[in-house]
Design a protein. Structure first.
Length: 159
């Protein structure tokens, strides 16, 4: 295992050994972003399972059949899918541009707590709710700050 802590090469595998050296030379590890990618992947999976659960409970094979429970489950999952990928790309990009660890954790925590709050709020009501408002604001804040961090650190602002 190299300095980066990543082991991809198998003994006698020249392509794997080459990739191992490239990763070590470039320092391409994203330890902070990887944590939030994992947590948000599990959140997305949990929301997908809740959609399937709602389908079984409401006997809805496709669409939402106008059922509020089905609509809430679908929208919680879909809304998560609409925001999480870009936010994680922004976070990983900021990490690659050497943004400080505290900022990366702030982005990750804000995004993750925001997505959970939004899902909980949406499950409670399709109307306005504190969870949806809090979740939306935290998600937008993570995207705003993360986007600005990408611009700043990408332009060499850390030097």
């Amino acid at each position: 295992m190299g300095q980066a802590g990543v082991q991809i090469a198998q003994s006698g595998d020249p392509i794997g050994e080459y990739m191992q050296q490239a990763i070590e030379m470039a320092g391409l590890t994203l330890p902070v972003s990887t944590i939030y990618i994992g947590v948000n992947a599990l959140l997305t999976l949990a929301l997908a399972v809740l959609v399937v659960r709602a389908r079984v409970l409401t006997k809805t094979d496709i669409g939402d059949a106008g059922n509020p429970q089905m609509i809430r489950a679908q929208r919680a999952h879909a809304n998560n899918i609409e925001y999480v990928p870009m936010a994680l790309i922004v976070m990983a990009s900021a990490e690659m541009a050497y943004a400080p660890v505290w900022l990366l954790h702030a982005l990750g925590i804000g995004l993750t707590v925001g997505r959970i709050a939004h899902a909980v709020g949406l499950y409670q009501s399709t109307g306005a709710s504190a969870g949806r408002l809090t979740g939306t604001l935290l998600t937008w804040l993570a995207l705003l700050v993360g986007g600005l961090a990408c611009l700043y650190y990408g332009a060499g602002g850390w030097r």
